[in-house]
Design a protein around this ligand. Structure first.
Ligand code: FES
Length: 143
């Protein structure tokens, strides 16, 4: 089978779909490989992700990775959430077929962008410089 049961479950029943209208942070990213897009909105309490929702205009793998990333990030500190790697997302889904690994970038980049948007609105320093080493594929200058 191409996709794990967990991927199919998140594809068929995506969690936390939608947009938080009074969000503290908004992340909107596009996937340079395929042109798909995703938007993540978060609310923050005590430097933790209190609520999170996503909207994805993308493939099934993008929907599944976005869905699981919202579950992983809820309750995390901003630092922890921004440091989630696409490999961790794929592992949490029970693996992704390698041609679809790039799809998980939308989810992690969207989340990072939402965290950075929140920090910028608060006039605080970006987190990205501190987590660069955690994910060698993350380029803080890409956005
Ligand atoms: Fe575009 Fe998967 S093909 S995100």
């Amino acid at each position: 089978m191409l996709y794990s049961d967990t991927v199919m479950d998140h594809f068929n029943n995506p969690r936390n779909v939608g947009v938080i209208t009074d969000a503290d942070g908004v992340g909107e990213v596009g996937n340079p490989t395929c042109g798909d897009m995703m938007k993540i909105t978060i609310t923050v309490e005590d430097d933790r992700i209190a609520d999170i929702k996503f909207q994805t205009l993308g493939c099934g793998a993008a929907i599944a990775t976005s869905s699981i990333v919202t579950e992983m990030a809820k309750g995390m500190t901003l630092q922890e959430a921004a440091a989630i790697t696409k490999q961790e997302v794929a592992d949490a889904l029970g693996g992704l077929p390698s041609p679809k690994m790039h799809c998980s970038v939308l989810a992690t980049d969207g989340l990072k962008a939402a965290v950075e948007d929140y920090l910028a609105k608060q006039g605080r320093e970006p987190i990205s410089s501190k987590i660069e080493s955690a994910d060698p594929n993350f380029d803080p200058h890409a956005h």
